[in-house]
Design a protein around this ligand. Structure first.
Ligand code: ADE
Length: 238
């Protein structure tokens, strides 16, 4: 139990759709940790920072083209309020960003928390990205309709690393054992299912052999599916 709420890791989300939160983060591991006060979730409605009576947050793009662009003045005012107490860094979720990695997740989870800006419409005026030094982060080479599902994924990845969130701490140890590799395959009962038997080594009770087999499986899977990860793994080892 975290008693001092001021010290709990905080996700502060700037969004046009605060109802999307906590969503799935209110369930399971993250949800239980949220209830316990291990982390805090705060949403801020970007529209509240629009100066006009219509609460306008977007406008047409200079140079023409389809879609609307989020205004820099409105987003800047929202970011100023969100960063006033020094919580940071500020992340802007966009398919143009650097790919989210477990390394970045780890860094974010060790800090006091994150400010996450969720975009909608065609994009965000470039000047506020520069002026606020936003870290642009992407979940992958696909386009979501907005940053909110990406924010849910980013926060989930951070929260599971917070002390006291995962039931079995070993699960995290296991991850560092195969760091940089894809996971080895898992099996449970029944030992034979639809004529498919579990690999014999796993039934042997021989821990060293099991460890070696899992390592080989993780390496083989990574090499065939993700040559990019495999290259990086091998370079690190040399
Ligand atoms: N917003 C829209 N698409 C996204 C993506 N792929 N990653 C992060 N944020 C996004």
């Amino acid at each position: 139990m975290v008693t001092d709420v001021r010290k709990a890791w905080t996700a502060r989300i700037l969004t046009l759709f605060p109802e999307m939160f906590p969503g799935p983060l209110g369930q399971s591991l993250a949800g239980k940790a949220l209830e316990k006060g291990i982390w805090r979730l705060e949403t801020m409605q970007i529209r509240d920072f629009a100066p006009d009576k219509h609460r306008t947050v977007d406008d047409t793009p200079f140079g023409g083209g389809a879609g609307m662009v989020m205004r820099p003045d409105v987003v800047d005012a929202a970011l100023a309020a969100a960063s006033a107490d020094g919580l940071g860094p500020a992340i802007y979720l966009t398919p143009r960003g650097r790919l989210l990695t477990q390394e970045l997740v780890g860094q974010l989870a060790t800090g006091p928390g994150v400010v996450v800006l969720c975009g909608r419409y065609e994009g965000l005026d470039e000047r506020v990205i520069e002026a606020r030094g936003l870290i642009e982060v992407s979940l992958g080479d696909f386009v979501l309709s907005g940053g909110e599902p990406a924010a849910l994924a980013l926060i989930d990845a951070c929260v599971r690393l917070l002390p006291g969130v995962m039931g079995a701490e070993e699960t995290l140890d296991e991850e560092s054992f195969t760091a940089g590799l894809l996971e080895y395959p898992h099996y449970t009962r029944p030992a034979v299912w639809n004529e498919r038997a579990v690999p014999e080594v796993l039934m042997s009770g021989h821990h060293e052999k099991i460890k070696a087999w899992r390592q080989t499986q993780a390496e083989e899977t990574t090499r065939s599916r993700r040559p990019d990860l495999w290259d990086a793994y091998r370079k690190r080892g040399t």
